[in-house]
Ligand binder design. Structure first.
Ligand SMILES: [Zn+2]
Length: 317
């Protein structure tokens, strides 16, 4: 037996509407310890099988467990973070490269992606979506309006954008510190690959990993997505008026001992001048403006983020 043959297959379940329509793919457990996705997807599949959801148009493909090895291990990663460096690799070097090749092929066969995740700490559910329409080199895109409307239909009160721009900044900051270089493709996860492949996609962060409500958020989002895209004839509930946040500031861990100050969660308001972190030598790091805390990192390594900060976006829906 080869050392890789026990990795197991990826299971997908597809419902084909009898009329033409868009092709949606829904992923769970890209990170193996985020079980709300598999739970929400299992419920949605049962809804389809038992007639509580009727797919009339297009197709929906459910991948309940995108990373079977990490899921079995109950860990975020198998060999590495599947949601980084997502692209086809003719010479896969690790487990995530191998399943990445299969997932990329699946993503290419669809028009839009709903990728269901959860997070470690407290905080409200939110959706990450992509850039404005542009012809630049970082992430050229032409479905910004449709993607933002898709993000808004899912039911969360918070939408965040700005990931790849800030990742490029993280790479530059690491270079200045003399840390091992990261390639820009490291910043590419499922949604970035989907945009590269000509579609659009969003990441739904449903809540805390171990909160049963997280699966409810994911399950409702699947129903809302299917209705919004017209795969079902259900009337999507009027979406809440979400706050749209531009994640545009990176606070970097520059040396061992750099640390957050206080007990922060994503979504917390940060006032201008408020202390948020300290350098290893005690030097305070304070917010330069009123902003929102995003992804506080309580176990940062040099070259990683201590946190990100965002402000109200100028983008509309
Ligand atoms: Zn995740």
């Amino acid at each position: 037996m080869s050392p890789t043959s026990d990795d197991g297959p990826i299971e997908s379940i597809r419902f084909h509407g009898l009329e033409a329509g868009p092709r949606l793919i829904v992923l769970g457990a890209v990170h193996g310890n985020e079980v709300c996705g598999p739970q929400a997807i299992a419920r949605a599949i049962e809804d389809c099988r038992e007639g509580r959801l009727t797919i009339l148009r297009g197709e929906v493909t459910f991948v309940p467990i995108a990373n079977p090895k990490a899921y079995r291990q109950k860990t975020r990663e198998g060999d590495r973070n599947l949601n980084r460096d997502m692209r086809e690799k003719p010479q896969p070097a690790d487990y995530e490269d191998r399943i990445g090749n299969r997932l990329c092929a699946l993503l290419r066969g669809h028009d839009m992606l709903l990728d269901i995740h959860s997070f470690t700490r407290e905080g409200p559910p939110f959706v990450f979506f992509g850039p404005e329409d542009n012809t630049g080199t970082l992430e050229p895109f032409r479905h910004a309006r449709a993607e933002a409307a898709f993000a808004a239909c899912l039911g969360t009160r918070l939408l965040i954008h700005g990931w790849l721009d800030i990742y490029a900044r993280l790479i530059g900051a690491r270079e200045r510190l003399g840390l091992p270089p990261l390639s820009l493709t490291e910043g590419f996860g499922t949604t970035e690959y989907m945009r590269f492949a000509g579609g659009y996609g969003v990441t739904l962060e449903c809540g805390r990993h171990d909160d049963p409500a997280s699966a409810d958020v994911g399950h409702a989002a699947i129903h809302n997505a299917l209705a919004h895209l017209g795969l079902t004839d259900s009337l999507p509930p009027p979406p809440p008026r979400p706050a749209i946040i531009h994640m545009d500031e990176l606070v970097l861990c520059e040396a061992p001992g750099d640390r957050l100050e206080g007990n922060w969660n994503t979504g917390d308001a940060v006032a201008a001048g408020q202390l948020i972190a300290r350098r290893a030598d005690g030097e305070p790091i304070s917010a330069t403006r009123d902003s929102m805390m995003i992804f506080p990192n309580t176990t940062p390594k040099p070259g990683e983020s201590l946190c990100y900060l965002g402000v109200t976006s100028s983008r509309g829906l």
